[in-house]
Design a protein around this ligand. Sequence first.
Ligand code: TRP
Ligand code: SF4
Length: 400
Amino acid sequence: MFPDRVLSGMRPTGALHLGHYHGVLKNWVQLQAEYPCFFFVADWHALTTHYESPEVIGESVWEMLIDWLAAGVDPERATLFIQSRVPEHAELFLLLSMGTPLGWLERVPTYKDQIEKLKDKDLSTYGFLGYPLLQAADILIYRAGRVPVGEDQVPHVEITREIARRFNYLYGRQPDFEAQAQEAAKKLGGKRTKAYLELRRAYQEQGKAEALEEGGALVAQSQSLAAEDRELLLGYLGGSRKTILVEPQALLTAASRMPGLDGQKMSKSYGNTIRMREDKASVEKKVRTMPTDPARVRRTDAGDPARCPVWQLHQVYTDAPTREWVEKGCRSAGIGCIECKQPVIEGILREQQPMLERAQKYMDDPALLRAIVDHGCDQARQVARETMRDVRAVMGLGYR
Ligand code: TRP
Ligand code: SF4
């Protein structure tokens, strides 16, 4: 219904680091310039794995929101909210759970993986099994067309599509669907009616996926149509059912292999991170104590950048002339490692500077942050309420 709307969430499980910035937040900042975006703190999701240590959630929620704003997520452009403040997510999760086959959840690749990986936690719980369904509810309740996620989350968007399809199949039936859809098509008006019907034929007779997409965009752009007519037309485009829940597309975020302090990918579980808002002294210390090419025992020993984690950070933080200086100086023992690390330190500090400035504004004025989030929750809730009204109606709960 809103093919343009972008939705994504992040679990609050600790301070964000530069890996989050390069891997996720920079992408959000770009998206907000192009699309209406909804970004939320997935606090219930955090409980699916941290139900025995819920303290981390409250400690991280506000810090994480500040990290988002520090990265340049703009509350004037994007809607920022907290999952548990929109309880409709839970209602949709419940209603979807009625018809979701257990096998679908058991077969999600992250399910068995995570149980294996997080051996210190008992994840043989109902909530953990249902986690992808909760994620489906998060997405479907906003009828969002685009969901930016990393590769590991793609199966969750896939299952969301299956759940939407099944829902529409079960509940999108309407006695005089064909006649109503034809009526609604007329309301598009003249050329658009004709284009719509042709695209529908191109999809249904020849299976042209682009036609389905183009037709969907045409319907979505027809602002004058009532929501009801739009649902009819979207459903009619692809078949004989009304579209109540929209199948989202995963927007695969290009994998950023942000290197950590030890050359492995930066990740909290490897203990090799630099926080987005790490203080200067600590950044300096962390980089100065980074391991380098083990061949450079003494200052006079030559080295090879290819065997050095610092070199990987040069790829992210320094320019071509500096890197040339490193290559020559390392191989000839012309420079020392401390010297070599200095431009990396400066690059990191330069990147962090605007983040610290943006964050300061919210640290000085916590009420401002609360107001932004209150407003975001209200906006999100309005959309969620509308979807739930339709969902309840088709599931036999529209009586009063
Ligand atoms: N599961 C996601 C993660 O662990 C977070 C998430 C929850 C999410 N709901 C979402 C992401 C909806 C995208 C859309 O990273
Ligand atoms: Fe690494 Fe630079 Fe030292 Fe070479 S000079 S080993 S690239 S830190």
